[in-house]
Design a protein around this ligand. Structure first.
Ligand code: ADP
Ligand code: MG
Length: 341
């Protein structure tokens, strides 16, 4: 099956706290596709955390156990393109029949349905047909169903019928295990201290984690050097510089405002409304900790305030992080989003 990539297996999908529910739901679905309550199974999480890998692995496992089942893996984007093509060529029926004949449909990145109402309609019908016939549906998304925007309510409500399981950033041990597994499968042998160094420093995204190791190997080969800690350190400096964009105050402000659903103008205005003050103070705090901007320029940026306002904001946020778990969660969420850009 060309849409399934046999390199992605459940076996080489390392288990951690970050993915335990999603992974075990994947096993359950693969054992009895269409016959568990995990239908649809929705896997969601930020970019590079392993959604495609897990979804592919479930498909491969189903094919291995049930070679006769028709399994299709399709990205939402490709599905949308196919739909447009079939409209143009007057082959909508073939398009719909093809998908409705499947035993298992795996659709990757369904957040890409946003704004595409006609394609959503078609998918809604295919979904209903398959679900009613006891066929398995697996979807991935970068957000939880409740946070997906631009998708029709009736489709979202279908997604909530089954199980949604999220993927988180793996902890250090899981990151090390992922690197070890990758090394084993690629026949690579790196010193433990190098593996640990990479895993320790690349802590936001599995794709980047693997990318760092690959580029470390490439550099060592190119320069005919041993891979040791010193090389890893110098390489990683470049790697991190090359991959992560500089975070700007504009960007912080944008993400914070999106997060709290507050208008950007209000943050810069004199208003003392509670949620605006909170967004403003968190923006100031993050600007202080994540950019090189001075207190003075931070104050100026957020509506012409003076540096003592910024100091007060940072103090307030730090106190709240210590005393208020929910608040700490907000700040962590936003920090994650900022670093994933
Ligand atoms: P996403 O689709 O969420 O953006 P991918 O599935 O493409 O992420 O994963 C990015 C890379 O990280 C892939 O090479 C994948 O094999 C690897 N990866 C992610 N999670 C794991 C894991 N738990 N175990 C092994 N490899 C993983
Ligand atoms: Mg993906």
């Amino acid at each position: 099956d060309p849409q399934l990539n046999s390199n992605y297996t459940l076996d080489n999908y390392i288990e951690g706290d970050c993915n335990r529910l999603a992974r075990s739901a994947g096993f359950a679905v693969a054992a009895k596709p269409g016959a568990t309550s995990f239908n649809p199974l929705m896997i969601y999480g930020a970019v590079g955390l392993g959604k495609t890998h897990l979804a592919q692995a479930i498909g491969n496992e189903i094919k291995r156990t049930y070679p006769d089942k028709l399994v299709i893996f399709v990205s939402c984007e490709k599905f949308c393109q196919q739909f447009v093509e079939s409209l143009k060529n007057n082959t909508i029926n073939d398009f719909v029949n093809f998908y409705q004949a499947m035993d298992v449909i795996i659709m990757d990145d369904i957040h890409n349905f946003a704004g595409k109402e006609k394609t959503q309609d078609i998918f809604f019908h295919i979904f209903n047909h398959l679900h009613q016939s006891g066929k398995q549906i697996i979807i991935t998304s970068d957000k939880a169903p409740k946070d997906l925007s631009g998708l029709e309510e009736r489709l979202l409500s279908r997604f909530k019928w089954g199980l949604s399981a999220d993927l988180q950033i793996p902890d250090l041990e899981t990151r090390i295990a992922i690197l070890r597994k990758k090394m084993a499968s690629d026949g690579i042998d790196l010193p433990a201290e190098v593996v640990e160094y990479v895993a320790h420093n690349i802590d936001n995204n599995v794709r980047e984690l693997e990318g760092a190791m690959v580029s470390l190997l490439a550099q060592a080969t190119l320069n005919k050097k041993e891979i040791d800690l010193a090389l890893a350190k110098s390489m990683l400096k470049n790697f991190i510089k090359n991959t992560s964009k500089e975070i700007s105050m504009e960007y912080i402000q944008k993400l914070v405002c999106e997060y709290f659903e507050v208008a950007v103008d209000l943050v810069k205005s004199p208003t003392r409304k509670r949620e605006v003050v909170q967004a403003r103070q968190i923006s100031m705090y993050l600007s202080k900790s994540l950019t090189k901007s001075s207190l003075k320029s931070i104050g100026a940026f957020y509506g012409g305030r003076d540096h003592s306002t910024v100091i007060y904001a940072c103090q307030t946020v730090e106190d709240l992080i210590d005393s208020d778990k929910k608040f700490k969660g907000y700040v962590n969420d936003i920090q994650k989003k900022l670093k994933m850009s």
